[in-house]
Design a protein around this ligand. Structure first.
Ligand SMILES: NC(=O)c1ccc[n+]([C@@H]2O[C@H](COP(=O)([O-])OP(=O)(O)OC[C@H]3O[C@@H](n4cnc5c(N)ncnc54)[C@H](OP(=O)(O)O)[C@@H]3O)[C@@H](O)[C@H]2O)c1
Length: 276
């Protein structure tokens, strides 16, 4: 088989870093993308003896940066076989992106939406191809009428959970649009992985709860990454699309429905300046 190109966001830490180690290997060109160049280069160094791997800087919270990244990627990389939207963040305090959007929604939803849309024709040209989105079971409370938390109190958990609900709606709307193209779109939950950077700024009280929960339900970054790497590579999944997985098992998703999916899609188009 000829070499396939994988683009993995958020590989400088946690689940993405573990997934990069699971994906690197023969016949794979692995492009890692996130903000920290020094961390990115360190991950490249740790993996380069195992296969072809390179780092490209990307800030998903900035639409200008995402557009610049996509332009460079399309100019440099003739192939894109698998796009893994894994990068994500939480924010203890309400904050705005450079584009004026709520920061967590901008980073976890609008940035990946824009990146995916800008790279979609390349994925189609390389079909069979795959899109894998790192979602979460820790998801609820999406209010498209109040993404800025103007009418509700902001909390790190509420903003994060809303963004993770949106990640799933995005995946299902995308999968429907990709029917017949041989490009698939699936989402997965890594489970609770407390060793990652996601909770680095969480208050002590939250960390105490997470510590207790993780005694029963905690997973390592490698365990969390496993389903994502499997979705990206398993031959038996080549034609499977629009599904939600955890621990390599399909699980039901409570956030389905054409109206909700299309409302999220339309919102992302409006916020990123893309046509529907
Ligand atoms: N940990 C869990 O329990 C858990 C559970 C369910 C789902 N998830 C999901 O798993 C994914 C990975 O999270 P993690 O737990 O591994 O957290 P993490 O260790 O903090 O990793 C997050 C990654 O995203 C990158 N990132 C953050 N902001 C970015 C931005 N603006 N632009 C580009 N890249 C950015 C970070 O790199 P830079 O800082 O270099 O940009 C880092 O590589 C996220 O989507 C998260 O929602 C995690």
């Amino acid at each position: 088989m000829s070499s396939r190109t994988f683009l993995l966001t958020g590989a400088t830490s946690g689940i993405g870093r573990a997934m990069a180690a699971q994906l690197v290997g023969p016949q794979v060109r692995l492009v890692l993308a996130s903000r920290s160049r020094s961390e990115g280069e360190a991950v490249v160094k740790s993996l380069e003896s195992k296969g072809e791997v390179l780092f490209r800087p990307l800030d998903l919270s900035s639409q200008r940066d995402v557009r610049g990244f996509a332009e460079r990627f399309l100019a440099e990389e003739p192939r894109l076989d698998v796009l893994i939207n894994n990068a994500g963040c939480q924010s203890q305090k309400p904050a705005r992106s450079v584009d004026g959007l709520e920061l967590v929604f901008a980073t976890n939803v609008v940035g990946p939406f824009l990146l995916t849309r800008l790279l979609l024709e390349r994925l189609k040209a390389c079909a069979p191809a795959r899109i894998v989105n790192t979602a979460s079971t820790f998801a609820k409370g999406l209010d498209l009428e109040d993404l800025d938390f103007a009418r509700r109190a902001y909390s790190d958990t509420a903003a994060y959970q809303a963004s993770k609900q949106a990640d799933r709606l995005f995946t299902w709307a995308l999968a429907r649009r990709l029917e017949g193209t041989r490009v698939t779109a699936n989402a997965f939950s890594p489970g609770l992985v407390t060793s990652t950077g996601l909770y680095r700024d969480a208050p002590r009280s939250t960390l105490r709860i997470l510590k207790v929960v993780s005694l029963f339900a905690g997973r390592t970054a490698e365990q969390g990454a496993d389903t994502g790497a499997w979705l990206a590579t398993a031959p038996e999944l080549e034609a499977v699309s629009g599904r939600f997985y955890e621990k390599r098992k399909e699980r039901p998703c409570e956030f389905r429905g054409r109206d909700a999916e299309e409302a999220l899609w339309a919102t992302c188009c409006r916020l990123s300046g893309l046509p529907e």
